[in-house]
Design a protein around this ligand. Structure first.
Ligand code: ADP
Ligand code: MG
Length: 492
């Protein structure tokens, strides 16, 4: 039997507001337990929620970015359940009328374009945290996270492999950061996924029973959890069993999923409209205002890079993976408009690799785009070879790497002559004086009669050996194209 995996994701994106969704307490990460929980977050008697306008604005921004419908009104509902980290005994969420409805997310998986439909995206508050360590048989409750604004983004069950699910999640992750509604920090839990997984015989039109794996906070865990869960379900069915709808947890140490609880139905939550909050009306003028300031989106920018700069779709996709690399690339090209491909290669290659090693993002790149463009200009005008340029890059990096501020604040005071200084002081300049190159070539011809003979007898390999000898004599500083040309004409 051929099996097909079916996946739908629920992504929780923590919205990057200053304060909580229904109170004025801060949402900053890392404060002492309960230092950032006010009377509303603690659910003291008599308090009332007040909706944070910034959270709604971010939800609208998201809805517009995915081409969804913005519902007005939308309704806040109480989702009732008991848990020690939920002081009110219910979570304020949205149920029947979410603020964002529909929409699509497009991305590539191994060259093929894939579209995933969204069911909805709704606003809700996060719960607190139970702390099981350090309390000697008791549980500590930290309510700092209670009331943190979340946008829950629910997809249709449109994905068919863990690779598609990961590509979808990465696209969403980059989108929410691009439009500045979520910082995307997965270690701190600002972006986390629940994966709904089922299997069915390939070709079947019916969905199998799903299990939901909760709180996956890395793309790697998402991939492994889905693969593991699909295998587990297939084994059960092939052994003649049936799948129980369940909520499961992924244990990365053992690479397995474990049952957490049997899945509750919506009716278990006794949803009803929250009488403390009015229906949320969003005037169309507000939607227009948000649309007017929406930045160019990654997909649009990708096609612009392909169209205006002639970049391949692979390059364009890599350069729009996040806004920081995109901004940096655009700034480099603006200094060297004649060669976008060379700029792309050095941004995605050397610069990206050095930043990676240093654990920095493009925002904190210590080299200004002007300096990098200057280096590339020196390759283009033949002053240095591409190989030498890597050495110059290394030295530029070590001079600049102590800079703590990123390139945006640095740009004004960067010294454009740094590249030339390094080339000059290290003697890395290419020998472009053709007389000097000719002299080296004559010496090599004189001392390598055997290779010369072989070349004349038709062996192309011998020619390459001679070029190698010349480059060696020039200590790598000759221009290979020039050496080729002169050598060939001399051997005619
Ligand atoms: P719940 O809150 O009960 O998890 P939601 O409607 O919020 O329900 O989320 C359901 C998620 O599960 C959606 O992402 C949906 O695409 C996905 N899903 C539904 N049925 C299946 C199925 N049979 N296999 C895989 N995913 C499914
Ligand atoms: Mg769910």
């Amino acid at each position: 039997m051929q099996w097909e995996t079916v996946i739908g994701l629920e992504v929780h994106a923590q919205l990057s507001t200053q304060s909580k969704i229904f109170s004025g307490a801060s949402i900053a990460f890392g404060a002492a337990p309960n230092a950032e929980a006010c009377a509303v977050d603690l659910a003291l008697p008599g308090v009332l929620p007040v909706l944070n306008r910034g959270a709604v604005e971010r939800a609208i921004r998201f809805g517009l970015a995915v081409g969804a419908k913005i519902n007005s009104p939308s309704i806040f509902a109480r989702k009732n359940y008991f848990y020690p980290d939920l002081p009110k005994g219910y979570q304020i969420s949205q149920y029947e009328l979410p603020v964002v409805e529909g929409g699509t997310v497009m991305f590539h998986v191994a060259e093929t374009e894939k579209t995933v439909r969204l069911v909805r995206a709704h606003l809700e508050e996060d719960a607190g945290k139970s702390l099981h360590e350090d309390f000697h048989g008791m549980t500590g409750i930290d309510l700092n996270r209670a009331g943190t604004p979340l946008l829950e983004i629910v997809s249709e069950p449109d994905m068919r492999s863990s690779a598609e699910a990961v590509a979808y999640a990465k696209t969403l992750h980059s989108l929410v950061r691009w439009i500045n509604i979520c910082d995307g920090n997965m270690q701190e839990g600002s972006f986390r996924c629940d994966a709904n997984v089922s299997v069915r015989p390939r070709g079947s039109g019916r969905l199998g029973t799903r299990c939901e794996i909760k709180n996956l906070n890395s793309f790697r865990f998402l991939e492994k959890a889905i693969d593991h869960e699909a295998r587990r379900q297939i084994e059960i069915i092939e052994d003649g069993g049936t799948i129980q709808q369940q909520t499961r947890l992924y244990d990365p140490d053992r690479d397995e999923t474990r049952a957490m609880r049997s899945k509750e139905d919506a009716q278990d939550y006794r949803y009803f409209p929250d009488p403390d909050l009015l229906p949320l009306e969003i005037p169309s003028s507000w939607i227009s205002e948000v649309r007017d300031v929406l930045p160019e989106l990654p997909a649009q920018m990708r096609s612009r890079l392909e169209r205006d700069y002639g970049l391949s779709s692979y390059d364009a996709e890599t350069l729009t993976a996040d806004r920081e690399i995109a901004d940096y690339f655009v700034a480099v090209v603006s200094n060297l408009p004649s060669d976008p491909k060379l700029c792309a290669n050095w941004v995605m290659g050397e610069t990206s690799a050095y930043l990676n090693d240093a654990g920095k993002s493009f925002e904190h790149c210590p080299l200004s785009p002007g300096e990098l463009a200057q280096l590339l200009t020196r390759i283009k005008d033949g002053t240095i070879s591409g190989k030498m340029a890597k050495e110059v890059f290394r030295q530029m990096w070590s001079r600049r790497s102590e800079q703590e501020t990123g390139w945006k604040s640095l740009q004004a005071k960067t010294d454009q002559s740094l590249v030339d200084q390094i080339i000059e002081s290290q003697g890395l300049k290419q020998i472009s004086d053709s007389g000097a190159v000719e002299k080296l070539i004559d010496e090599v011809i004189a001392t390598n009669p055997k290779s010369v003979e072989e070349f004349k007898a038709g062996k192309e390999k011998a020619f390459n050996a001679l070029v190698g000898q010349v480059m060696k004599a020039a200590r790598g500083k000759a221009n290979p194209a020039q050496v080729n040309e002169i050598l060939r004409s001399k051997l005619k």
